[in-house]
Design a binder for this molecule. Structure first.
Ligand SMILES: NC(=O)c1ccc[n+]([C@@H]2O[C@H](COP(=O)([O-])OP(=O)(O)OC[C@H]3O[C@@H](n4cnc5c(N)ncnc54)[C@H](O)[C@@H]3O)[C@@H](O)[C@H]2O)c1
Length: 271
């Protein structure tokens, strides 16, 4: 029960990685706000947590709207008296925006700005309102969700890649500026994570290529990311701040030729 008496908010908590983290934090004693643009989904996750004996409430939040952060944090402080953990997990990943995030010659300024307003400004607002609440009782832990695409470049999705790189620098900036006020701020940078949504929307061959690039030989699960977030949010990580933990099975630890090299050297020799 690492989070007994702790109060947490998880943005994008209605699905995928956010849902897994919300459930992990709640299972270890935290009261969790499931902050999501998807009201029905947030309510379902809060119910699932309650059914399992935990404490959670849905919070209506659109990461592009600062007022929603103010209200979400206010609601948690009103209900549970404090805020200890903020997990800024949601990004601006509407299918329409991602489909148009092709390359910098083509992407419209409007889509570029929307992705930045959601992913970068939204994460900044999450940090801002969390810090305002946390420092009233001596501090807290913020964990932002970046991506391997914010650590290394991908040849598509420039706005997504650059916005996630900005989330990493924001993480370090917040850790630096507010460390002496008891705020720790870290990020996780997941590689491709196996979710039902991913399996349904990404061609199996491309998922397999991503698995081949891992050093573990398999893609991680939302629970793998949730474990890392929970550790960063816990007092066990009290001396860890301003860091980016790559939850990526080693995908970004090696040279780009890794998968080809394995095929080359490990290919069965013809009899
Ligand atoms: N799944 C992966 O492979 C992967 C890899 C690296 C990073 N990430 C990052 O992890 C985070 C979560 O991704 P996921 O795969 O769990 O996605 P998901 O689609 O399963 O869940 C995202 C959640 O965010 C919510 N959301 C979307 N727009 C929102 C908004 N404007 N305001 C508030 N909530 C909003 C959705 O309703 C949904 O509940 C994102 O930041 C994503 O970039 C995911």
């Amino acid at each position: 029960m690492r989070f007994k008496d702790k109060v947490a908010i998880v943005t994008g908590g209605a699905s995928g990685l956010g849902r897994a983290t919300a459930m992990r934090l709640a299972s270890e004693g935290a009261s969790v706000g499931i902050a999501d643009i998807n009201d029905a989904g947030a309510k379902l996750v809060a119910e699932e947590i309650a059914d399992a004996g935990g404490v959670a409430r849905p919070l209506r939040l659109d990461i592009t709207v600062e007022e929603d952060f103010r209200s979400a944090v206010g609601a948690m402080v009103e209900s549970y008296g404090r805020l200890d953990i903020m997990h800024n997990n949601a990004a601006f990943t509407s299918p329409e925006a991602i489909a148009q995030d092709t390359d910098i010659l083509e992407i419209s300024n409007d889509i570029w700005d929307q992705i930045f307003a959601g992913t970068v400004r939204g994460t900044m607002h999450g940090c801002r309102h969390a810090i305002l609440a946390m420092r009233r009782h001596g501090g807290g832990a913020i964990v932002n969700t970046a991506s391997m695409y914010g650590v290394e470049a991908f040849y598509k999705m420039p706005a997504y890649c650059v916005s996630k790189a900005a989330v990493i620098q924001l993480t370090k900036q917040v850790a630096t500026a507010f460390g002496r006020q008891g705020i720790r701020c870290n990020a996780v940078a997941p590689s491709m994570i196996s979710t039902p949504l991913l399996d349904a929307s990404i061609p199996a061959a491309f998922i397999e290529m991503n698995a081949e690039a891992t050093l573990t030989g398999y893609l991680g699960t939302p629970e793998d990311v949730a474990q890392a977030v929970a550790w960063l949010a816990s007092d066990e990580a009290r001396y860890i701040t301003g860091q980016v933990i790559r939850v990526d099975g080693g995908s970004t630890a090696h040279l780009a030729t890794y998968a080809d090299a394995r095929r080359f050297y490990d290919a069965p020799v013809a009899a």
